[in-house]
Design a protein around this ligand. Structure first.
Ligand SMILES: C[S@@+](CC[C@H](N)C(=O)[O-])C[C@H]1O[C@@H](n2cnc3c(N)ncnc32)[C@H](O)[C@@H]1O
Length: 315
């Protein structure tokens, strides 16, 4: 990970608000909040959610296969928030959905995310493709079991909480658990433990970086070092969104998780992520190109939506 001073790029400004479920039709549920029985420590909380998801996916689908599906479900749930503080509990609303309705909700969340964060759209595509391809009943049943398990383990109290969301890498924990030690070892994908990541960002002097500086990790995994860097900047009164963030991983699923994490961690809109060989010194150019491609597609899609809305109003 390297902080370097650099110029802030010209970027289109996507809205950063987390998505709300307000516009999506869901069955009525009692007007009460689910009490949080989550562990006080965010790391423990993260482990509990990851373990529940891993167990649900193994039970429904077998181990080690189609891991993009449970990851996609957890990531989509991380992108929604309670729309109405006095309304029905969000976890209850989602839990009440049947597998097909959950599939439609996931599709809706991802579509909204890709339109809003076009800059990350190319990177999150591995989490979205299965929904576009017409998911099988088996996939939807597995996704449904994962969503229930994640919600019952209190995921929304983790990813829906502003401080907790910034404190942890749920996807790093999840990928390592679901892949198991043998696969992780074969991919060289043992992620740095949070304490060691904090020590490393201290050593490289992230706290001294000036706004506009670039912070990069060419083999980022799901981004634990970038998270540590963001935390250190915040501790020093700096806003991570004022910096440029470059990340890459040869593993497309890890890079997709990194993209979602960068959004959840509030790293701003100067985020460039590639999924290529980090030994290639040009990896960051790939990140810039992919970002531009996603932004262009999202801009065109938003324009089409605006025209469709006008046409509907005129009809
Ligand atoms: C040991 S992990 C470290 C991840 C993260 N930087 C951390 O500290 O937790 C190594 C990561 O490098 C990735 N990786 C391995 N070879 C790579 C390559 N040639 N280019 C980019 N990433 C690579 C793996 O997929 C894995 O996610």
């Amino acid at each position: 990970m390297t902080p370097t001073n650099g110029r802030r790029p010209e970027v289109d400004q996507p809205q950063l608000a987390l998505f709300e479920l307000a516009t999506h039709p869901v069955p009525a549920a009692p007007r009460r909040r689910r009490p949080s029985s989550a562990p006080a420590d965010p790391t423990e909380h993260t482990r509990r959610v990851a373990a529940a998801v891993d167990a649900a996916w193994r039970r429904e689908h077998g181990s080690g296969t189609e891991l993009h599906i449970p990851t996609s479900v957890v990531a989509a749930l991380a992108l929604i928030a309670q729309a109405d503080p006095d309304g029905p509990d969000l976890a209850d609303q989602v839990t009440a959905l049947d597998p097909n309705a959950l599939g439609r909700l996931l599709h809706h969340i991802w579509r909204s995310f890709m339109l809003t964060r076009g800059d990350l759209a190319v990177r999150v595509a591995p989490l979205v493709a299965w929904l576009h391809q017409g998911p099988s009943d088996t996939q939807l049943t597995g996704a449904h079991a994962v969503a229930r398990a994640a919600l019952d383990a209190g995921q929304l109290h983790l990813t829906g909480h502003p401080d907790r969301r910034h404190a942890t890498d749920l996807f790093g924990e999840l990928l390592q658990l679901m892949r198991g030690p043998k696969v992780a070892a074969s991919r060289g994908a043992y992620y740095t433990p949070p304490g060691a990541a904090d020590a490393l960002t201290h050593i490289v002097g992230v706290a001294d970086a000036a706004p506009g500086a670039s912070i990069a990790d060419p083999a980022a995994g799901t981004g634990i070092l970038l998270l540590s860097a963001a935390r250190r900047l915040r501790e020093h009164g700096k806003d991570p969104a004022d910096f440029r963030w470059y990340g890459n991983d040869i593993d497309e699923l890890a890079a997709a998780c990194l993209a979602v994490n960068d959004h959840l961690w509030g790293l701003g809109t100067s985020v460039f992520i590639a999924a290529t060989d980090g030994l290639n010194p040009d990896w960051h150019r790939q990140a810039v190109a992919d970002r531009a491609t996603g932004s262009d597609i999202a801009r065109a899609a938003r324009a089409v939506e605006a025209v469709n809305a006008l046409t509907r109003r005129a009809a």
